[in-house]
Design a protein around this ligand. Structure first.
Ligand code: BG6
Ligand code: MG
Length: 230
């Protein structure tokens, strides 16, 4: 009987799961990298996958600033020139993400979304990418999400909590009853700043601060998420 009560309590504790998109739902982080690599190469600034880790989860303009930090510095170009470089990157990126299909959901994500839905949990999307709605449509998973935060309305990017808090508030829930899933160091910080527990998908050094570290999305399941909210 006690086991029954414990399980019931657990079911009540976790009420929502809030996902990052790039690198969690699908591998679009790879396309961000490829597009920025083109821009960096044009500017003759060295840029590799290790440096790219710093760009994960940060806004388009801040990503450019980080690349410029590795070259002539973030103040080298005017505001308009930087805007043009961001637009150029986004055009390359938009071409790349046109090839996304439902087969590009990362391993285990389809099952997890179904499990969460069946369990009556709220599902949120907390991506600072303005391309997120297009990708979710390409993946054909839009219907799973009860709330997709509008990146255009979020002025403070991760590591600020705003985009995760926006999802929590839209559900009318307490952050302790929600769990966030991220692949970026700043994303883990944002989840914690929002008062939630964080699952980190990626290398243990990048994900060191997460409450649960998994090496890949195939290791994600509802039971693990529930145990975090206990
Ligand atoms: C985040 C990515 O999800 O979105 C970042 O991790 C990216 O790499 C940011 O810079 C903004 O995306 P977009 O598509 O609006 O340029
Ligand atoms: Mg990400």
């Amino acid at each position: 009987m006690s086991v029954y009560y414990k399980n019931t309590e657990r079911n009540i504790m976790l009420q929502a799961v809030i996902f990052d998109l790039d690198g969690v739902i699908t591998d679009s982080a790879r396309y961000h990298f490829e597009a920025w690599r083109d821009i960096a190469s044009k500017l003759q600034i060295s840029f590799d996958e290790t440096y790219n880790e710093k760009l994960k989860g940060v806004s388009r303009l801040e990503s450019l600033n980080l690349i410029l930090d590795n070259g002539p510095g973030r103040d080298y170009f005017s505001k308009d020139e930087k805007e043009a470089l961001c637009t150029e990157k986004n055009e390359i990126y938009k071409e790349l993400i046109k090839q996304i299909t439902p087969d590009d959901l990362l391993p285990g994500i389809g099952n997890l979304l179904t499990e969460c839905k069946k369990a009556g949990l709220k599902i949120g999307l907390a991506s600072v990418s303005k391309n997120a709605p297009f990708i979710v449509e390409r993946l054909q998973v839009a219907d799973y999400f009860d709330h997709i935060a509008d990146a255009a309305k979020i002025t403070r990017s991760k590591p600020f909590p705003d985009i995760f808090s926006d999802c929590v508030e839209s559900f009318g829930l307490l952050p302790e009853n929600c769990v966030g899933v991220e692949d970026a160091k700043v994303g883990i910080e944002a989840i914690h700043a929002a008062g939630m527990k964080a699952v980190g998908v990626g290398s243990p050094d990048q994900m060191a601060d997460a409450d649960l570290i998994l090496s890949g999305t195939s290791e994600l399941n509802l039971q693990k998420l529930r145990s975090l909210a206990d």
